[in-house]
Design a protein around this ligand. Structure first.
Ligand SMILES: C[S@@+](CC[C@H](N)C(=O)[O-])C[C@H]1O[C@@H](n2cnc3c(N)ncnc32)[C@H](O)[C@@H]1O
Length: 233
């Protein structure tokens, strides 16, 4: 498959402020108020590396290209509110966004399956999940999401953050597998608006979902699957 190109905008938010931590296990009935130290530490490390990548001209495929922390919080809140079903992420990189989703997954007793096509990114993500003790919440699948998607069903939440040339295909594959009320969130719809315009228009006009562009971070397209009268749900 082709891995496309396109510079992401600067990731300038920090996750560190107003985080508290007191144990190495995720505990408590909330998503943000007891983030374990190991996760905070790994988030800070990856943010620092992401900032360096963006500043020093690191090649596109080498850069982490992470979401900003506010987007991570937004995703975690959406995921924590999603209906029951599988949780999926397309585009793991080093596991930064996965950590935000994992916080919500623990809160919901859910688990996240995340897909990464590049081996060196998958290796970094494995390190992330091991250092943070998240292996029981997150399953990393090495390979092209599009070759695995047919095995998925009943998706409650999906975060799409891959190369832009596969967004439309991923959109079609995922929307048809969302449970009623299930959410598909796609990143970069403002930073890469012209490239992603066909998918955005498809989503806005797609009667199977209600969709809106949210101006947070690089722009998130949030799609919620409508009930399907044919299925009676
Ligand atoms: C923007 S980065 C993901 C950043 C990550 N979500 C975060 O915020 O920490 C996009 C990642 O998607 C991966 N990718 C691209 N196309 C893919 C595909 N078809 N299947 C799985 N991973 C893919 C790339 O290798 C890259 O690591």
């Amino acid at each position: 498959m082709t891995l496309g190109h396109g510079a992401d905008t600067t990731n300038n938010a920090r996750p560190g402020h107003h985080l508290t931590s007191s144990s190495s296990a995720i505990k408590g009935p909330d998503v943000f108020h007891a983030i374990p130290e190991a996760i905070q530490e790994r988030m800070s490390q990856l943010e620092e590396r992401d900032r360096r990548d963006r500043a020093d001209g690191t090649a596109h495929l080498e850069r982490l290209r992470q979401i900003p922390s506010d987007t991570g919080r937004f995703l975690a809140l959406l995921a924590a509110s999603a209906p029951a079903g599988a949780w999926v992420e397309v585009g793991t990189s080093a596991g930064y966004s996965s950590m935000w989703l994992a916080l919500a997954a623990r809160e919901r007793a859910a688990s996240l399956t995340t897909f990464e096509i590049l081996e060196h990114k998958a290796a970094l993500a494995t390190e992330t999940f091991s250092l943070t003790g998240l292996q029981d919440v997150v399953t990393l699948v090495r390979g092209d999401f599009l070759t695995h998607v047919e095995q998925l069903s009943d998706i409650g939440f999906c975060f799409l953050d891959a190369e832009k040339d596969v967004y439309e295909q991923c959109y079609e594959a995922v929307v048809s597998k969302l449970v009623p009320g299930g959410l598909l969130v796609a990143d970069n719809v403002i930073s890469h608006e012209s490239e992603l315009r066909p998918m955005i228009e498809r989503a806005i006009g797609d009667a199977r979902v209600d969709a809106v562009v949210v101006p947070i971070g690089k722009g998130e397209l949030v799609c919620r699957r409508n009930s399907d009268p044919a299925r009676g749900d």
